[in-house]
Design a protein. Structure first.
Length: 474
């Protein structure tokens, strides 16, 4: 693994970055810890102002940031611009709401005195992030932790170093004190070294099971609190009475957006028998209409995948799925361009013992299943090691929500495209990880929820009784 920007559209090596030195890591830990001590005493409203300024600077530099992202990992330029705006929205939201969310909470208690929970910073957070949304993944951790006063060290993916550096530069330009977000090109061993360091008090990873197992293992060994945002095989359930115009309009986007490299892409389409043929025909048509090309060109609708390695891995998974009996109803042909293009593909007839039944395919491959009852749809949706998100299309939204609540995932959208916004919690269950980012829940990920109980009159009456000091007058 080396940190390099290789443009996946034309395979040009744009820039290489050396690994961080031991001194750089030690200096980031020391600066981060010092800043933690300073921010503890600072008024939170000062950080809110800086975070709003981060949003403003992101918007000011939107074009360069979007270009860097597209060159790093290939996504369509329009999607890169959308990502920069989303990231600015997240910064603004936490700047607007962080102070309120972090206010002390009173507790109604029978203990003597007044009890409240205060929310304090805990120390440096080590974040490890993936390439698929190079800015958004950082901001999901950065915004809430900056508000609470936790400095951060960022280890970004090896193939998006330019985006990582530019994000950190924008944060600095916005006036965030040194150490607020230190981007370091760390080796895996250095990530473990940072996690072991007593100044690091939280670990956040978004990525695969591979990365998650390693980083959560290191965090567990060092007894550091951690959040894991991992992979998914989200179901897209189409009930028999769904509005098929909406389904047909949304299904292909739910799979192809970001070239299918989204944790919450709809990877399994579970379709009721009466609408199955229409669904497959339409998906074929939509996939066939996609236009591969330069992701910088706004007319391109199919971007390359992020690296040659990812493309090869996906092709191997597809070959294995076919060897195990899956049927290709569309796709699986080469695209005659030098970049890392992968033809959108539709697979059916995936049996339970096919690896494609339970392995995440992180690219433009849609697995389609036919079901004969709602219960069969729910059972199939749940017969999966992952539990991240999902979509349900139903004739009636309330009924769709009843089905949604029986699906074992962290997030389900009914009759709509899945979206992410700062006020909505993001995360999953099962192998999709634990903890939530964004929203009021994400705000509390690395907070010391400190209990303070205060009284002017101690209660001596019941101390011998042990832990519960009841008021003897009551
Ligand atoms: P990955 O290999 O796990 O990489 C993610 C990050 O972890 C990268 O920075 C990677 O660094 C680092 N990493 C990997 N192994 C490590 C180790 N042993 N020690 C320290 N750091 C390590 O994930 P990916 O395959 O690139 O990303 C795609 C996956 O992320 C998919 O499974 C997708 O579903 C998931 N994802 C989940 C969410 C969510 O919110 N739940 C969001 C987006 C993506 P290197 O790049 O240097 O290897």
């Amino acid at each position: 693994m080396a940190y390099r920007t290789v443009n996946p559209y034309n395979n040009e090596v744009v820039k290489e970055y050396p690994f961080a030195t031991e001194d750089e890591l030690q200096s980031a830990l020391a600066t981060g810890h010092d800043l933690y001590e300073t921010m503890k005493k600072q008024d939170i409203s000062e950080r809110a102002k800086i975070l709003h300024n981060v949003a403003a600077k992101l918007r000011e530099h939107s074009d360069e940031l979007a270009r860097a992202c597209t060159i790093d990992m290939g996504k369509l330029i329009g999607e890169s611009k959308g990502e920069v705006e989303l990231v600015a929205i997240i910064a603004d939201w936490f700047a607007d709401h962080g102070e309120d969310l972090l206010k002390p909470e009173k507790i109604d208690t029978i203990a003597t005195g007044d009890a409240e929970i205060q929310h304090h910073a805990t120390g440096v957070v080590m974040m490890v992030e993936p390439w698929n949304f190079p800015y958004y993944q950082i901001m999901r951790v950065f915004a809430p932790n900056f508000m609470v006063g936790n400095p951060m060290i960022l280890k970004h993916a090896a193939n998006t170093p330019t985006s990582a550096k530019m994000f950190a530069d924008v944060v600095a330009e916005a006036g965030a004190p040194k150490g607020s977000l230190t981007n370091l090109f760390l080796s895996y061993d250095q990530v473990t070294e940072a996690i072991d360091d007593p100044r690091v008090q939280g670990v956040a990873l978004t990525g695969s099971e591979r990365g998650g197992t390693a980083v959560a293992g290191a965090a567990g060994k060092a007894l550091k609190k951690n959040t894991m945002e991992l992979g998914g095989m989200d179901p897209f359930v189409v009930l028999g009475d769904a509005n098929m115009d909406d389904v047909n309009d949304i299904a292909w986007r739910a799979r192809i957006y970001n070239t299918g490299q989204v944790c919450t892409s709809s990877k399994r389409f579970i379709v009721m028998d009466n609408v199955y043929d229409e669904f497959v025909e339409n998906l074929k048509k939509k996939f066939a209409g996609l236009k591969p090309g330069d992701p910088m060109d706004p007319k391109t609708t199919l971007a390359p995948m992020n690296t040659e390695k990812s493309k090869n891995k996906l092709q191997k998974q597809l070959d294995d799925a076919i060897a195990a009996g899956a049927k290709v109803v569309y796709g699986n042909e080469p695209i005659d361009l030098p970049g890392q293009f992968f033809m959108p593909t539709i697979l059916t007839d995936i049996d339970k013992d096919n690896p494609a039944y339970s392995e995440e395919m992180f690219g433009p491959i849609a697995a389609v299943y036919k079901v004969h009852s709602e219960q069969e749809a729910i059972d199939l949706a749940n017969d999966n090691p992952y539990g991240l998100g999902g979509i349900v299309f139903a004739g009636d939204a309330d009924h769709g929500a009843e089905v949604a609540s029986q699906i074992e995932t962290g997030m389900v959208f009914v009759n709509n495209f899945m979206s992410t916004l700062p006020e909505l919690p993001f995360g999953g269950v099962k192998l999709s990880g634990y903890g939530r980012e964004m929203s009021h829940i994400g705000q509390m990920a690395f907070v010391n929820e400190q209990l303070i109980v205060k009284t002017d009159k101690p209660n001596m009456g019941n101390l011998a009784g042990g832990l519960v000091a009841l008021d003897p007058q009551e």
